[in-house]
Design a binder for this molecule. Structure first.
Ligand code: HEC
Length: 158
């Protein structure tokens, strides 16, 4: 009986170890326009990725990209390419590089770097010209990046 309880606790605690292992923005390894290692060590959730991509206060990818599968949201922009078929054009590792830091793949891109906290100018503290208080947070969390990558990977032309 006692043994069974101990095993139960070990299983319940293991997801915490996975969260603690998130790859921080400065630790990402870019190699030839790819990021092989999952930022969370777990598969992303494509449905949540779709929500992130069409939510204005979140990824808001559709402000620049048209995506047929996200047409329930209005006002898709056309600054970037249509993302239909992105899962055919790019591997998961390439998509992870594009979403974390688009400039690794498209050097002059105006696409925001969604998982990066240094190497570029960020607005100061409420236009005071001073550095912001506290650490700068990336635009998306590691989990949100993986969710978006998972959604993009489902975008295959039939
Ligand atoms: C400010 C506009 C803008 C936003 C916002 C934006 N992108 Fe982009 N994206 C671009 C542009 C422009 C390109 C084309 C590459 C370049 O810059 O030359 C691109 C390229 C891409 C590509 C490769 C295109 C292809 O051939 O399939 C993917 C994938 C992509 N973006 C995903 C995303 C995702 C996911 C988000 C949201 C998390 C996002 N983008 C947000 C502008 C944007």
């Amino acid at each position: 009986m006692k043994k069974a309880i101990t095993t139960g606790i070990a299983v319940a605690l293991s997801p915490i170890a996975v969260w603690a292992a998130d790859v921080a923005p400065g630790q990402i390894v870019y190699e030839d326009g790819t990021v092989e290692q999952s930022l969370t060590g777990a598969p992303g959730d494509p449905e949540n990725g779709a929500i992130i991509m069409k939510t204005k206060s979140s990824g808001n990818c559709i402000s620049c990209h048209e995506v047929t599968a996200l047409k329930d949201a209005q006002w898709h922009g056309n600054i970037g390419p249509v993302l239909d078929g992105a899962g055919d054009r790019w591997s998961e590792a390439q998509l992870r590089a594009i979403v974390t830091n688009a400039k690794e793949v498209f050097p002059e891109s105006m696409m925001p770097s969604y998982y990066r906290v240094d190497g570029f100018t960020r607005p100061g503290n409420a236009y005071t010209g001073k550095a912001p208080d506290g650490p700068i947070e990336p635009l998306l969390t590691a989990q949100q990046v993986e969710d978006v990558v998972a959604f993009l990977s489902t975008q295959k032309d039939e």
